[in-house]
Ligand binder design. Structure first.
Ligand code: PAF
Length: 262
């Protein structure tokens, strides 16, 4: 597996594969790879001849400077993980923004509400960097984790609206034994917070189990007065209970399909 840092070099390699008739899949990440990413890379390897994993902590999708600065970096681990999972290239650009960059991709429907309501411009940053990565790698397929459900929805809409010639594949959320969705941010949880995060995941599952009509209210009730967990939002969208909460200073998101009540 190769590491590439320059967009032009990455694009050249990808186009060369494609000229030889090989298809290319992209797995966009911000590094700090975990089993969830490994599952995405393995899936990508089944869908295309070549797999590019991008690892770029995109500054424009963070709302707080501190959150950006504290985002975990695990470069050597990422290299080993991506290689073992079957990636051909780990694309690790230094920056994807020129000093005077002035082009943004803004999706105006799916990005509203849920995380979009609490993280102004977050999805603008995500959509912009994803379109940049698509322009560089020019893959036939991109694999996203369904854990970031709203992100999947936004990217799918951008790809549809801009007629981008790429297929988006969603991969199911991978969870720990206690139900906590895998996320790079989990690395920042201390042992007490990790237990609370498991409790949060259990509450989301239980609330979704009580059906779409009452799921959001139920989650608020379940988490009311729980020391160390601060619910940010709980909304049912298209039959999914979607929620975000802070455990200490660490923001966690999750979603579960609501049980259909007869
Ligand atoms: O899901 C992520 O890790 C990021 O939002 C993404 C898609 C790599 C864009 O920076």
């Amino acid at each position: 597996m190769k590491i590439m840092t320059k967009p032009a070099e990455m694009q050249k390699a990808s186009l060369a594969w494609q000229r030889r008739g090989e298809s290319v899949a992209l797995v966009p990440t911000m590094g700090a790879l975990h089993e969830g990413h490994v599952a995405l890379i393995r899936r990508a390897a089944k869908l295309a001849d070549r797999v590019v994993v991008s690892a770029y902590v995109n500054p424009t999708q963070f709302n707080s400077r501190l959150d950006f600065k504290k985002y975990p970096h695990t470069s050597d681990w990422d290299f080993r993980c991506a290689r073992q999972a079957g990636a051909d290239v780990l694309f690790r650009p230094k920056s994807l923004y020129a000093k005077d960059a002035s082009t943004w991709v803004e999706e105006g429907a799916r990005a509203r509400g849920r995380c979009g309501a609490w993280r102004p411009d977050h999805f603008r940053g995500v959509a912009t960097v994803v379109v940049k990565l698509l322009g560089i790698v020019q893959p036939q397929v991109v694999v996203f984790g369904e854990k970031d459900l709203q992100q999947c929805e936004v990217v799918e809409r951008v790809v549809r609206d801009l007629f981008l010639p790429v297929r988006i594949v969603r991969h199911p959320t991978i969870r720990e034994a206690d139900g906590l969705a895998l996320s790079s941010r989990n690395l920042r949880l201390n042992s007490i917070q990790r237990r609370l995060a498991g409790r949060w995941a259990g509450a989301v599952r239980e609330a979704a189990g009580s059906g779409a009509r009452v799921g959001a209210v139920k989650l608020r009730v379940l988490l009311r007065g729980v020391n160390g967990i601060r619910l940010e939002y709980a909304e049912v969208v298209e039959g999914h209970l979607c929620a975000a909460a802070y455990v200490g200073k660490i923001r966690l998101i999750d979603h579960r399909r609501c049980r259909e009540k007869s």
